[in-house]
Design a protein around this ligand. Sequence first.
Ligand SMILES: Nc1ncnc2c1ncn2[C@@H]1O[C@H](COP(=O)(O)OP(=O)(O)OP(=O)(O)O)[C@@H](O)[C@H]1O
Ligand SMILES: [Mg+2]
Length: 222
Amino acid sequence: MKFIALQTVNKQYTLGQTKIHALKDITLSFDKGEFTAVWGPSGSGKTTLLNLIGTIDDPSSGTILMNGKNTAEMTDNQKSDYRNNQIGFIFQNFNLIPVLSALENVMLALQIRNVRPMVARKKALQRLEEVGLTHLINNRPDKMSGGQRQRVAIARALVTDPDVVIADEPTANLDLATAISIIEIMQERSKKENTTFLFSTHDQRLLDRMNRLIKLEDGYLN
Ligand SMILES: Nc1ncnc2c1ncn2[C@@H]1O[C@H](COP(=O)(O)OP(=O)(O)OP(=O)(O)O)[C@@H](O)[C@H]1O
Ligand SMILES: [Mg+2]
């Protein structure tokens, strides 16, 4: 059984009178621990695909199986449990909380899951060390560079020990060297913990660093 499987998945958005066919007959699967980049130009369907796999949105047709379970048969509660317990999200704009320090931002991911502060602190410190930020744990996001913020966001996504990390353009606002270092941190983690990574990019300069590449063009797998 595949860890994640999409079968003939379509996604249509309705905007007034117009229908936008964002994903067209996508059949794909991922094994546990796979490190995959979704690549394609702007508007090709990358975010749509990641949102469907992250159960943030539902397909218009076709099925998505997570560990063999059809997401269409999950209740909203089951979906949010799945998102909270098994998926880590990383976003292009980091989405850190500005008034909290790096450490507090990472701890918060555990505290909202009712982990005790002492335990949350210990785990958060560990993850921040793994991304090389021990010296900056007390800084707020506005006192950090883009690459450092994204490393906080990675630590936050990983602190709950998710099976899957979904990262939508995590390197979009970063220079090439910083982008490569972010990808290397994710790759290392994927190898070490067998975490499945799925991330999107439209940056062609990063493509030769990928273990597996999925190309989208105008909603089609290419
Ligand atoms: N909520 C929505 N409502 C209507 N149309 C949408 C919506 N979200 C995306 N689309 C359309 O679906 C298509 C795919 O969009 P998507 O955001 O998945 O592309 P993308 O590859 O992530 O692009 P980018 O690189 O710019 O982030 C586009 O034509 C977009 O305009
Ligand atoms: Mg996008």
